[in-house]
Design a protein around this ligand. Structure first.
Ligand code: FAD
Length: 474
C-alpha cells in the first residue's frame, strides 16, 4: 500500500526542511506556500526558505550550543544546513549566509524534488483528511491563525518582536570605522578578499581586517546618541508598555529605557573590540555585519527598533561612520505567532488532541532560524514515520540538542510561555561533578559528545533513508 501523503503548510525554514525530510523517506508531500499571492509584512520574495532579517545562523564554534544543534542537523541530512554551508559568507566564528543564494538554493532543491508538489496558495484552515505539518511561522496569515486558535482553544497566539535596520555599504564612512571581530576571532581580510570583489573597490570592508565593521563611540558621542534615542518618536508610543516582547529581541529604545548604560552592556558593548587606530577600547561600539557576499549592505547588529523611519534616520546618523548613511531597510516591529506548546504539543511535535497534526518552526514555540529548521526536520521525520507505517514517532533523547529543544517547548511553564533558543541549560545537567566538568568549556565539550552519541543512536533507529536525486543529495 502506498504511504499516505503529507500536507505541509508554509514553505519557510521549517516547512521546506520538513518537506525534504519526508520526501527523502519516500513520502509524497503537498507543500503550500501563500507567497507571492499573499505577502507577509517581512518576506520580500516568493522564494522558499527566505530569511527575513539577519543572515546569521549563529555560532559555528565547536562545542557551543548553536554549533551542537547545527551538527545534529548536519548528521540528519538537513537540506537547509547543506545549502547554508554552500553559500556561507565570512562572519567570524558564526555561520552567516548570502540570503539570496540561500533561498534560491532551497527553492531549486524543493521544486526539483519529484515527491514534493509545491502549491502557491494560502491555506485558511488545517485540512482534516491528511497528516499535516503546520509551519506557517511567526507571520501566519490571519485566517489560518484564527482557525488554529479555534482548533487549539488558545486565548492568545501573538506577541511582538522587532527587526534591525540595514545600511548601504557605500554610504559608510570608512575613515571612521574599523574592521574586526570580537577578540580578533574573525578571519583576515586577505582570506575573504574574493568575496568582497566590488568593482568600485571602495567598500569599507575591503580595507581592513575582520568580518564586522565597528563604529566606535567616545563617551560624549554615546551620551548624545543615548539622549536622542530616549526622546525619539516611536511608531506605537501609546501601546509601548502593553506590547508583549520576546526578551531576547528587545528594541534598542526599550533597552535604553532600562538605564543609561544598558546598551553599553548589550548590543553596544565594546569588549574585545580594540580600535586599531587608538589601541583603546571605545566607550561603546555599533557592530555592522555584512548582509551578503557582494558586501553591498550591512545589518546593524542588535539594533532592532520600532521608531518612526524619519527618527531612525536622524538618530542612527549620530553614530560615527554613519553620518551620511542611506538605509535600505529600517527597523520594524512585527507580530510573532506561536501556540502554547507546553499545553498543546507532545515532544514529537504532534498536537496531543490530534496526533495527525504536527507543528514546526516558530509557530511551535521555538525561536530562531536554526531552531525552526530543526523542528521542521523532526516534524518531517516523525510525519514520514506516521505516513509510512502508522508508527508512533519517537522524539530524539533529551540529552540531544533537538530532543532538549522539544523537551523544553513541551514541558515549560504554560503561563506566559516564552519561545526558546537552543542553549546548554536546555540539556540535562551532567550527573557526576568531576574536576573536568566543573570547567565550563570541558563541561560543554562533554555535553556535546554525549548529545551527538545519543543523536546518532536515535538517527540509526529511524527508517532507512533513500537518497533523493538532486544537487543536495544527502
Ligand atoms: C521580522 C522577523 C525577523 C526575524 N529575525 C530573526 C533573526 O534575525 N534571526 C533569527 O534566528 N530568527 C529571526 N526571526 C524568527 C524566526 O527564526 C524566523 O521567523 C524564521 O523564519 C521562522 O521559520 P518558520 O519556518 O517558522 O517561518 P517562516 O520562515 O516565516 O515560514 C513560514 C512560511 O509560511 C507562509 N505562510 C504563512 N501563512 C500561510 C498560510 N496560511 N498558507 C500558506 N503559507 C503561509 C509564509 O509566507 C512563510 O513563507 C525573525 C522573525 C521575524 C518575523
Amino acid at each position: 500500500m502506498a504511504p499516505e501523503r503529507i500536507t505541509i503548510l508554509g514553505g519557510g525554514l521549517a516547512g521546506s526542511e520538513a518537506a525534504w525530510q519526508a520526501a527523502r523517506r519516500g513520502v509524497e508531500v503537498d507543500l503550500y506556500e501563500m507567497r507571492p499571492q499573499v505577502p507577509t509584512p517581512a518576506h520580500q520574495t516568493a522564494m522558499l526558505g527566505e530569511l527575513v532579517c539577519s543572515n546569521s545562523l549563529k555560532s559555528d564554534r565547536e562545542n557551543t550550543a548553536p554549533w551542537l544543534l547545527k551538527e545534529e542537523l548536519r548528521r540528519a541530512g538537513s537540506l537547509l544546513l547543506e545549502v547554508a554551508r554552500q553559500c556561507a559568507v565570512p562572519a567570524g566564528q558564526a555561520l552567516a549566509v548570502d540570503r539570496g543564494r540561500f533561498a534560491a538554493g532551497i527553492t531549486e532543491a524543493i521544486e526539483q524534488a519529484s515527491l514534493i508538489r509545491v502549491h502557491r496558495e494560502e491555506m485558511r484552515e488545517i485540512p482534516a483528511d491528511s497528516i499535516v505539518v503546520v509551519a506557517t511561522g511567526p507571520l501566519t496569515s490571519d485566517a489560518l491563525a484564527n482557525s488554529i486558535q479555534t482548533l487549539t482553544g488558545s486565548e492568545r497566539l501573538f506577541f511582538y518582536d522587532s527587526i534591525s535596520p540595514i545600511v548601504d555599504a557605500d554610504t559608510i564612512d570608512a575613515s571612521k570605522v574599523f574592521s574586526a571581530s570580537r577578540y580578533g576571532k574573525g578571519i583576515q581580510a586577505s582570506e575573504t578578499k574574493q568575496v568582497g570583489d566590488r568593482s568600485s573597490g571602495e567598500n569599507a570592508a575591503e580595507a581592513a581586517e575582520g568580518d564586522y565593521l565597528n563604529c566606535p563611540l567616545g563617551e560624549e558621542e554615546y551620551q548624545r546618541f543615548y539622549d536622542a534615542l530616549l526622546t525619539a518618536e516611536s511608531v506605537l508610543p501609546h501601546h509601548f508598555e502593553d506590547l508583549n516582547y520576546f526578551e531576547g529581541c528587545l528594541p534598542i529604545e526599550e533597552l535604553a529605557r532600562r538605564g543609561r548604560d544598558t546598551l553599553r552592556f548589550g548590543p553596544m558593548k565594546p569588549v574585545g573590540l580594540r580600535d586599531p587606530r587608538s589601541g583603546k577600547l571605545p566607550h561603546a561600539v555599533v557592530q555592522l555585519r555584512r548582509e551578503n557576499l557582494r558586501i553591498d549592505s550591512y545589518n546593524l547588529v542588535g539594533f532592532q527598533n520600532h521608531l518612526k523611519f524619519g527618527e531612525q534616520k536622524r538618530i542612527l546618523r549620530l553614530i560615527p561612520g554613519l553620518e551620511s548613511a542611506e538605509f535600505l531597510r529600517y527597523g520594524q516591529i512585527h507580530r510573532n505567532t506561536y501556540i502554547n506548546a507546553p499545553l498543546l504539543l507532545a515532544p514529537t511535535l504532534q498536537l496531543r488532541s490530534q496526533p495527525r497534526i504536527f507543528f514546526a518552526g516558530q509557530i511551535c514555540g521555538v525561536e530562531g532560524y536554526v531552531e525552526s529548521m530543526a523542528t521542521g526536520l523532526m516534524a518531517g521525520i516523525h510525519g514520514a514515520c506516521l505516513a509510512l507505517a502508522g508508527d508512533t514517532p519517537v522524539s530524539p533523547p533529551r540529552a540531544t540538542a533537538c530532543g532538549s529543544l522539544c523537551h523544553y517547548i513541551t514541558h515549560a511553564d504554560t503561563l506566559n510561555y516564552q519561545p526558546a533558543n537552543m542553549a546548554f541549560d536546555l540539556l540535562p545537567p551532567l550527573c557526576a561533578a568531576t574536576p573536568a566538568n566543573r570547567d565550563k568549556k570541558q563541561r560543554h565539550a562533554l555535553q556535546c559528545q554525549i548529545a551527538l552519541g545519543k543523536f546518532d543512536q536515535w538517527l540509526a533507529a529511524q527508517q532507512k533513508v533513500p537518497a533523493l536525486a538532486g544537487p543536495f543529495r544527502a
